[in-house]
Write a protein that binds this ligand. Sequence first.
Ligand code: SF4
Length: 63
Amino acid sequence: MKVYVDQDLCISCGLCISTCEDVFHWNDDDKAEAIDEEVPSDLEDKVQEAIEGCPTEAIKEVE
Ligand code: SF4
C-alpha cells in the first residue's frame, strides 16, 4: 500500500496525523504529508482509517 496527500486538497485539520503519526506528518507548508509513501503492512488499517476520515479526501492511495 502506497499513499500520498494531495496538497491542494489538504485543509490541515490534523486528523490523519492524530490517527497515524507514524505515517503522516506536517510539512513546511503546514500541510499533511506521508513520511514515506510505502506504508508498513502493520499500519495499513490505521492509514485506511485516515483515508476514510479525511474530510476533503486528500489522502490518495496509489494503485
Ligand atoms: S485528514 Fe486530510 S485534510 Fe486533514 S490534515 Fe490529513 S490530509 Fe489534510
